[in-house]
Design a protein around this ligand. Sequence first.
Ligand code: MLT
Length: 406
Amino acid sequence: MVKANGNYLKLPGSYLFSTIGKKVREYSAANPEAKIIRLGIGDVTQPIAPAIIEAMHKAVDEMGNAETFKGYAPDLGYEFLRNTIAENDYKARGCNIEADEIFVSDGAKCDCSNIQEIFSLDNKIAVCDPVYPVYVDSNVMAGRAGDYNAKTETWSDVIYMPCTADNGFAPQIPDKTPDLIYLCFPNNPTGATITKAQLQEWVDYANKVGAVILYDAAYEAYISEENVPHSIYECEGARTCAIEFRSFSKNAGFTGVRLGFTVIPKELKAGDVALHGLWARRHGTKYNGAPYIIQRAGEAVYSAAGKEQLKAQVAYYMNNAKYIYEGLKGAGFTVSGGVNAPYIWLKTPNNMTSWEFFDYLLEKVQVVGTPGAGFGPSGEGYFRLTAFGTYENTVAAVDRIKNAGL
Ligand code: MLT
């Protein structure tokens, strides 16, 4: 008789943002007149920039013409996009990454959850705590996380690296040696970053112990400070220990369009196996390539007009981040993040738990954020607000929180 994958049954509850979505829908159904402001999931609100729309229209027209029509895309991505990425995201920053080390996909979430497939099940993973839940959940689904302890809200085979106010929300090298190290900077959810020198320490450590760093750089466009690296390949030695994930969701508003890429240098090995070849095999078998129209849209992100328009879009969201940060700080909240990232990490007031604060804000002032506890045990007592709302909603949400009677 058929059996379900028991690993899935180990997962407690549903995906964090699905749980939040459900709670908000239920509240909304019970209070249809409520004007809810959603600053929970990091979903963008500004429309796709004109230069990108223009490229998409052109590509749509090409698809309607027999001479220019495209069928299946090359499974690792079109050359025009891979070359543009290599030039703009890597060579321009002095990183030695070639176009054929870039694998185009439909987004960083899929890639950073699927990447674990090319590693042995007995590899130990290390994650920051709090952490983007996809890294842990995808390893649970694969059967690599061990057993869940409901009391500590941790998995027996996962190494947690607490990121707290005491360490500036920066992970420390763990006592136990991991095989796979998930790092995300600028960080989701805390909005914190580490300097290039700090990241270099991780690269040196990974090379020393033979670990691979899975580096999620989805928020790099939000970096405003000089000494913060945009790519792990800015560090010496990263080509032999790091895989990098990038997304077009946050820098170009592609959350609904879907495009991302993963970089695997040719030198990167697990034992004597080149990981580039394994991921190429996985991509070729399980993926048919991001759509041509979307890859042309991605190319336009790097055009002169695209860059100019997206710079303005990022500035718009960062202005929201500043407004939230300063508004709540001024009102006596303890806040961090928001300088190199579109997330504000806020200490819950009056010793409320994260979910108590979530419910309080939803019910009292109809503002939705993300409870820190949803990202891991060290997120308890914290709350994440996203800067991806409209400016008007951001201002209204901050005013409402200030007047929530806390
Ligand atoms: C988040 O809110 O953490 C992100 O939007 C989720 C994602 O990028 O998948």
